[in-house]
Each structure stands twice: as structure tokens, then as C-alpha cells.
Design a protein around this ligand. Structure first.
Ligand code: PMP
Length: 376
């Protein structure tokens, strides 16, 4: 009866599309070697920890007040970071920040998707794109990839032309495969998406570059120039080693930034978050040094996994997709029994491992070699 304790959400009047669904999330297991969530394995350096404490103490002195609603200082810092690392000039008015790039993507779909609209992504890809679509009432369309997980530009353009999505997601480097997408493909998709929706103001193309700093190639950021419907999304969770901070951001035309302000909650970015992110930006060079180490470790994982007899997808990210297993989940289990936690993203035959410290990667590789020998 109404008023008694419901057993679960399905017994509540939740939205139909949420019925019987499970929340997103990798298992958080207590295992010696955890390489399952694409985190940066390096804790923040002590001088940065001290600087965060200083900046947060400062912020604490005015916590009786709401934070800077427009996060002006932080957005200026992020714009400078993007300008310096991509060589492409970006101004504060082109940058927006939120609590993780997941929130950035959610705000984009709240503003440009929603009921009666659709978003399309090329799968397998970051599964939150589809889940955020569902959460915002946006219809989801699955676009194709080749068997090697690259995007076939012609097939992708055909999917966009046929389905006429309001929002197109391009994840580069792509999670969980590690695959980078080249500028020509993004440009072809952009043109196709604008043409398909020419009668209704065009379509938004979102390039999710959460792992951009780990790429062998250049950022796709310069493509936003002169393309008012192209958005580049980034995060401090990976390259900055600050997944716990929850800070994501986008770069786009100022009009896109104006649009997301229509849906953002007032004061969504706490003063503590803004202070911490600003401290991290002061240590950009040190943190990008760790990125270089992780890139070298990523390349080592690719080479050693291949030497061990695995199939490996080329990676531009801080993780590597490896296989091919007749029963990927069984291999995942056996690695867990060896004390190594990797990720089973549900891509048939494949698993994903995040680049850890050299010692963690050695432990992972030793376990794989052992299991591959047992398999042979
Ligand atoms: N995009 C991609 C492709 C990701 O893999 C992730 C994190 N797993 C995110 C966005 C979201 O990260 P965050 O919210 O921590 O910025």
C-alpha cells in the first residue's frame, strides 16, 4: 500500500524508461592491482596537495557566500591551458566547466537534446553517452564501427544522414577501444549532421576528448574555429590525475556556453571545487610529466600484450583493449583471482586495462602471460 516501505525503485512511480535498469558503474573491489577505471595511478604531488589546502582554506573563509556562479577565474585558467597545450587560441567565453565531463555532457543534452530529440554515437563507445541521453529523455541511436573499431567515415556519414540526430557524439580517443578519430572524419560528420538537420538549425557535434592528452596525435580542438555547432569536451579526471575532484569542461563557440547556462543549476560548481581546480592548473607541467610516463607505459602494455599472444587494439588513451577471448568474462575472473582487476565493458571477446604504475603493469602482464600459457 502507498506509504509502506518500497523494496526497490521499480515499486515507486519512477519513469518508465528507468524501470528495471541498473545504475552505471564498475565494480569497486578491494584488489591489490586495480586497473579498471582509467584513473591516473599517480597521487597528486605533495606540493600540489599543500597548494590545494592553501587555496581551499582561502575559499573556506567565504563559504558563507555562494561561489562565483560563472567560475570566471577557473574558466580563464582552463582557456589558457587549452591555448598553451593545443597552440590554438581559446578565450574564457568559449569555455564552460562543470562537475566532471559527465555533467558537461548532461548539460549539453539538456540544452540540445531532450524529449522528441535524438543523439547518435558510434558503438562500442563510452556507455554514459547513451545513459545520459536516457536520463535527459533524449532518444539514442547506435552508429557503426568497423571490426577493428575504427570509424568508417562513409558508413558513419550514411548513419547521420539517415537518422538525422540532433546531437552526434564522437569519442576520441574512444573509450573502451582506445581508438583515435581523425579530423577529416569529424569534419565529414559535422557537414553531414548540419546538412541532415538544415531545416531545424543544424545539429550539435560533441567530440569527447576525455583522454585527449594521452593521444599520439594532436587535439581536435582547432576544429571548433568557425564551427558554432562543434563542441570539444575535456576532463581533469585523467590527465590531471584528479578523478576525485570532479571537474570537466568544454570548449566551443560562446553561444554554446550561453546555451548550457540555461540549464545549469545556479552555483553548480562549489567554491572548494573551483579552488582545487585552480591549484591543479598551477601544476600543469608536473602533471603533464606523469602523462608522458603513462603514455610510455601504455605503449609498453600494447607491445607486451602482443608479445604474449593477445590481440590488441591500437591505443591513443591511457588504457588498452586486449583480447580476443572466447569467454572474455572468464578471463576477467581469472585475472581477478590473480589479484588484478581490469574492465569487462561487455564488448564480446575483449577486455580493457588501464595503464598503471610500472609495478602495477608488470603484475598485470605477469598474470596475463601465465594465463595465456595455461590457455595454450
Ligand atoms: N568521457 C569519457 C570517454 C570517459 O571515459 C569518462 C570517464 N570514464 C568521462 C567522459 C567522464 O569523466 P568525468 O566525469 O570524470 O570527467
Amino acid at each position: 500500500a502507498p506509504g509502506t516501505d518500497p523494496g526497490g525503485p521499480d515499486e515507486l512511480p519512477v519513469r518508465d524508461e528507468l524501470r528495471g535498469k541498473s545504475p552505471y558503474g564498475a565494480p569497486q573491489l578491494d584488489v591489490p592491482v586495480r586497473l579498471n577505471t582509467n584513473e591516473n595511478p599517480y597521487p597528486l604531488p605533495e606540493p600540489l596537495v599543500a597548494r590545494i589546502a592553501e587555496r581551499v582554506a582561502d575559499a573556506a573563509r567565504s563559504l558563507n557566500r555562494y561561489p562565483d556562479r560563472d567560475a570566471v577565474e577557473l574558466r580563464t585558467g582552463l582557456a589558457e591551458y587549452l591555448t598553451r597545450t593545443t597552440g590554438h587560441p581559446v578565450g574564457r567565453a568559449q569555455v564552460w566547466a562543470a562537475n566532471g565531463s559527465n555533467e558537461v555532457l548532461q548539460q549539453l543534452l539538456q540544452a540540445f537534446g531532450g524529449p522528441g530529440r535524438t543523439a547518435l554515437g558510434f558503438e562500442p563507445s563510452y556507455s554514459m553517452h547513451a545513459l545520459i541521453a536516457r536520463g535527459t529523455g533524449t532518444g539514442w541511436l547506435s552508429g557503426p564501427r568497423r571490426d577493428d573499431f575504427t570509424i568508417d567515415t562513409d558508413a558513419a556519414v550514411r548513419a547521420v544522414t539517415e537518422h538525422r540526430p540532433h546531437v552526434v557524439f564522437v569519442c576520441s580517443p574512444n573509450n573502451p577501444t582506445g581508438t583515435a578519430v581523425d579530423a577529416d572524419t569529424v569534419l565529414a560528420l559535422y557537414e553531414a549532421a548540419q546538412a541532415a538537420r538544415a531545416d531545424s538549425g543544424g545539429a550539435l557535434v560533441v567530440v569527447d576528448e576525455a583522454y585527449g592528452e594521452f593521444s599520439h596525435g594532436a587535439s581536435l580542438l582547432p576544429l571548433i574555429e568557425g564551427r558554432s555547432r562543434l563542441v570539444l569536451s575535456r576532463t581533469m579526471s585523467k590527465a590531471f590525475g584528479a578523478a576525485g575532484l570532479r571537474l570537466g569542461y568544454l570548449a566551443a563557440a560562446p553561444a554554446v556556453v550561453d546555451a548550457v547556462q540555461l540549464v545549469r543549476l545556479p552555483y553548480h560548481l562549489s567554491a572548494v571545487t573551483q579552488a582545487t581546480a585552480l591549484a591543479a592548473l598551477e601544476f600543469t607541467d608536473t602533471l603533464l610529466g606523469y602523462v608522458e610516463q603513462l603514455k610510455a607505459e601504455r605503449d609498453r602494455l600494447v607491445a607486451e600484450l602482443r608479445a604474449a599472444g593477445c590481440e590488441v587494439t591500437d591505443s591513443d588513451a591511457n588504457f588498452v583493449q586486449f583480447g580476443r577471448f572466447t569467454d572474455a568474462h572468464a578471463f576477467w575472473r581469472r585475472l581477478l583471482d590473480e589479484g588484478v582487476l581490469v574492465r569487462d565493458n561487455g564488448v564480446p571477446g575483449w577486455l580493457r586495462v588501464s595503464a598503471g604504475t610500472p609495478a602495477e603493469n608488470d603484475a598485470f602482464l605477469d598474470a596475463v602471460r601465465k594465463l595465456m600459457k595455461e590457455n595454450a
